[in-house]
Design a protein around this ligand. Sequence first.
Ligand code: XLS
Ligand code: MG
Length: 344
Amino acid sequence: MSEPYRFSFGPWNIHGGADPFGPATRNEIAFAVKLQIYRELGFEGVQLHDDDAVPNLDSKSAIEISTEARQLKNLLADSGLVPEFVAPRLWEDPRGIDGGYTANDPECRKWALDRSKQAIDIANELGVNLLVLWGAREGTYIREAKCARTAYSRLLEAVNTLLEYESNLRIAIEPKPNEPVDQAYLPTIGHALALAGQASDPTRVGGLIETAHAQLTGLDPSDEMAFALQMDKLWSVHLNDQNGLKFDQDKTFGSVNLRAAFNQVRVLEEAGYARTGRFVGLDVKAMRTQSQETSHLHLANSKQVFLKLVEKARSLPQNAVEECRKSHDYESLEMIVLNHLMSG
Ligand code: XLS
Ligand code: MG
């Protein structure tokens, strides 16, 4: 029996179109309106940064934060939505200028842990036990800026501190090799899961793989996903696409390399990802040129591409594939796949 997939995205995936070279081209859409869009587009899961859940966190007391988080929980439930994860947004605060957990300044490291604990408190109020850690500035612009060995120890200590803070917590590390820093300390899922293996409770640390992040390392996202799936460590995905080694583009899933997209879906299908109930997150951005009215098409399109590729994965002529594998006739296999993708 084939299971239906559950889809999610973050409120940042509907945005005004600002980029490093120019201001917004569209009006910011209110959070409540975004929630309606989730339902209209058939998305169920809401991915949240701590300050997506409770805006202007720093100016609020612990009681205000927990009250607002509880209100959000009710709002999501009333809208037929569920929170998927919370992620501490450490990279926009001045104290995170040089990374959080790996900052050289002990005051900044302490702030990063406190802020992450606050994110866990918010997750608890929302009734979700998954914390996503995307390193962002946990890396350097130049190699001599930090002791990399120490930085790895500090990342491990941070993970352990957060595991200890909340005994139900699961942490999914989202690797990315660069941007905003020149080199990040957890560039691939291999790095992330090696660190997970060293954690005080390795069963509670896994990964989230983003297509574009894997492509920026020069690796194939479907193999990265297969690696994590084999260990039952793929706890969420951020599907999107990327045109070569440049800035992180977050393009519509499948829009650059349909075959690579097919292989990601195929790997998820073959591993029974839908059966786990975990979400298919679409970390995609609308082009800056889109109008207000059409600024959510990238989400609808990404989901449509995914579902079409699920059909393609399910209807791949498996016997023919096996025959080619047996005789290592990969030229014929190539054509079976291409014909399959081009048909219908
Ligand atoms: C980066 C992500 C980031 C995390 C959550 O690619 O979109 O925001 O997923 O912190
Ligand atoms: Mg992402």
